[in-house]
Design a protein around this ligand. Structure first.
Ligand SMILES: Nc1nc2c(ncn2[C@@H]2O[C@H](COP(=O)(O)OP(=O)(O)OP(=O)(O)O)[C@@H](O)[C@H]2O)c(=O)[nH]1
Ligand SMILES: [Mg+2]
Length: 238
């Protein structure tokens, strides 16, 4: 049986985080019904929240890691550092705003259990995902995935935050991005290192609480700029 750690970056998600935690399955079955993996820990990385995110996460039985430097990548990197204590077989990342459906975790994990992939991206396609993903986010994802294909030869259709990766491969990626380039960095480095990847369709819904990135003009521009510069940097300089 495989051990799974779940890492949730969270910034001011006091109204959402308990729901996210409650929906994470304790065990994940194989398609034949046998248990394939057990969720050994849930790490909520509190990214300097000014609300009760950390307290709510702790009350709900998770391990809370504090990373005061704001930034999606900073939060994920702090989560990776914390994993050194538990050394799971597989790491699952998901957002703390209840946009992802934690109950879709088996879909992400089956290709890893089967050995057909070491990185699985949850592509936000199923059911209501189209309504919840704003047009600017869809366009940005499309452009970034086109460039990944041109530059690194691997086809993706989404940069969704909900993803699973084998822990040794996660370490071998040597992730660096501190902000919005995090997801694209993971995907392009996996392509560069020829790590077997796949996508599975996952559901996606409107977040609980106020939008911080894709729902704001400044957030969208900053994220788009960072994603593009990350792509060009890794193609031409890294
Ligand atoms: N925006 C932002 N989110 C962070 C940060 N650190 C951790 N997070 C968490 O990262 C996840 C993704 O951020 P979101 O604000 O939901 O970004 P998004 O999904 O692109 O856009 P919206 O849901 O529309 O705000 C959430 O769980 C946040 O709480 C940070 O510094 N900035
Ligand atoms: Mg969100």
């Amino acid at each position: 049986m495989q051990t799974i750690s779940v890492v949730i970056p969270a910034l001011n998600e006091e109204n959402a985080i308990a729901k996210v935690i409650a929906d994470i399955p304790k065990t994940v079955c194989l398609p034949d019904g046998h248990t394939g993996g057990i969720v050994q820990e849930i790490i909520v990385v509190d990214n300097g929240s000014t609300d009760n995110t950390a307290a709510v996460a702790a009350q709900n039985g998770t391990r809370v890691v504090n990373e005061r430097r704001r930034g999606y990548g900073y939060a994920c990197l702090a989560g990776i550092t914390a994993l050194a204590e538990t050394t799971p077989d597989i790491v699952v990342f998901l957002d703390g705003d209840y946009s992802d459906y934690p109950t879709d975790m088996p879909r992400l994990l089956h290709p890893i259990f089967e050995g057909s992939a070491a990185l699985v991206i949850g592509a936000r396609k199923a059911d209501n995902a189209r309504d919840a993903l704003l047009p600017q986010a869809r366009f940005g994802n499309w452009l970034a995935c086109l460039l990944i294909h041109r530059f690194f030869g691997v086809r993706y259709t989404d940069l969704g935050p909900f993803r699973a990766i084998r822990y040794p491969q996660l370490l071998s990626l040597n992730m660096q991005d501190k902000t919005f380039g995090w997801t694209v960095e993971m995907q392009l480095k996996a392509a560069k290192q020829s790590i077997p990847v796949c996508e599975v369709p996952v559901r996606y819904r409107k977040r609980i609480g106020t939008s911080k990135i894709t729902g704001t003009l400044i957030g969208t521009l900053k994220a788009g700029y960072k994603i593009l510069t990350t792509l060009f940097y890794h193609r031409f300089w890294a």
